[in-house]
Design a protein around this ligand. Sequence first.
Ligand code: M6R
Length: 612
Amino acid sequence: MCGIVGYIGTKKAVPVLINGLLSLEYRGYDSAGLAVLNHSSALKIVKDMGRVKNLQNNPELDSLDGSLGIAHTRWATRGAPSKNNSHPHTDNSETFTVVHNGIIENYDELKSFLADNGYTLHTETDTEIIPNLIHYYYSKNSESGILSAVSNALKKLEGSFAIEVISPLLKDTIIVAKKDSPVVIGVGEGENYVASDIPAILSYTRKFYFLEDFEIAELTSDSVKFYDFDLNSINKEIKDIEWDAVASEKNGYDDYMLKEIFEQPTAIRETIGTAFASDDKINLPLDGLDFSKFNKMYIIACGTAMHAGLATKYIFEKFAKFQCEVDMASEFRYRDPLIDEHTLCIFISQSGETADTIAALKLAKDHGSTTISIVNVIGSSITRLSDYVLYTHAGPEIAVASTKAYTCQVTLLSILAMYIAENKGLSNIDGFNELKSDIIALPEKVKSALELSDSIKELAKQNYTKKDMFYIGRITDYAICMEGSLKLKEISYIHSEAYAAGELKHGTIALIEDGTSVIGVITNPQISSKTLSNLDEVVTRGANIILVTNQDVDVSSTNIEENSIIRIPKCSPLVSPVIAVVPLQLFAYHTAKFKELDVDKPRNLAKSVTVE
Ligand code: M6R
């Protein structure tokens, strides 16, 4: 995954491009580069390895005075991270310059085609194919123009792409095109912008066009025209975006991740929104959907979003009375699932751009299933493909490790389960009203859980040098453990696993030895004593434990020490993932900080995974 930015107008392009890249760095940070068409009409390219700040400090930028430019921050897919592989890339004659986010799957075929026609590739990237193909078509028929050459080249590409094309032959134009990778166009006064996502250019404009798959945009400083790949004109509607640009900045916190952890009470409150505004009926934008036609449901997502599904499966079973399966999108899309028009498929995604989730969504639609998506990024691909969309109002989530999106997803899924119960005439089920009060109380309880940050920092200090860490719990507590464990590994690089506590004795307990760290989670009175026994078993084998609980656990008859307990606010076990995950997020955060790691941009990861 990579990030792209573009600017055309009257300002100097470089500062706009660099600001955009800094905001998009979560999408990739192996290398960065930009191309600017100078006022002398010379096209200049500057690239650097590593972070955008290396590019920002590159003295070569001083010679770039133009007001038209494109830029790229890279997360290597084809071709190792290197200055030579970093974007922008040009064709052999240096006529066309391109930045690209995505993957060209028919690279080998196109490379041979270009070689047969006298082109040589100088990098290991698939992107270099694109400017050369454009050149090939342009040189065959220059009278048809550059747009026509671009559209001919695009038709040859298989895979995913969001591209920008500039050329000294096009004095005042950027050409943008998209298939399966995100790109938005920001509209200003006498200037226009391009970016992989909204926050990258939100400080310049609130007016956006969302480019769809198989669409081309032709930007000048005063106009934006749209075409399909056959160059038929398209009319598109401009959308006003209300996000606060300040909300995408760090606001005094050391890192985006910490800021986002502390934003959770507000984000959850915003996500609950007006769902419970009326006493008679839960308010969600799902009018006309009759849930009695479904006989089962799937929740499909990746990573943290999938964990939100695992954490809420039990609410759907208890209140919506559906058999509920939770699946990873990357598995679901290839395993020929038994779904039809009587299946409800719910997709969860913070970015709305995850390639596997999009593919799974398309599969569900092909089978005639009804699709509802829970998404954070407004106007993203998943929102446009789904039958119904429910937004988490978490605001921009910049840190690669997802935190506030997860708690908002669990909150919204819980509300959806209640909505379905009501729609099916099941709101008299025991616990329905209590669940509503529990959801409404979540923002305050998460706020109290955040007060534990300092004591959790102490625990992180005692554990940050560990090589391994285990998380154990049962039912929803197990789902919480999976999320806690993922947070720890992705930002602290400590090997960690989550286990259903009762499974330990079937093999994994062999790994427990003196000094092994085990985090237990207990939020359900029904299985409290069971998990407690499992924790006692690991303590007697030498483990150091941390117990996160909202139960009045009595450890007096165990080997567990009272001071190893983190007490979180009480709530129903059904919504406990929202509260119990907070100390686990903080633990991962402080551990990574003690290890002096970059928590916002962990190695090998990107914020949204738009390639398979
Ligand atoms: O944007 P999405 O919610 O679809 O992303 C899904 C996963 O890639 C994401 O949750 C990932 O696991 C996070 N890095 C976890 O913190």
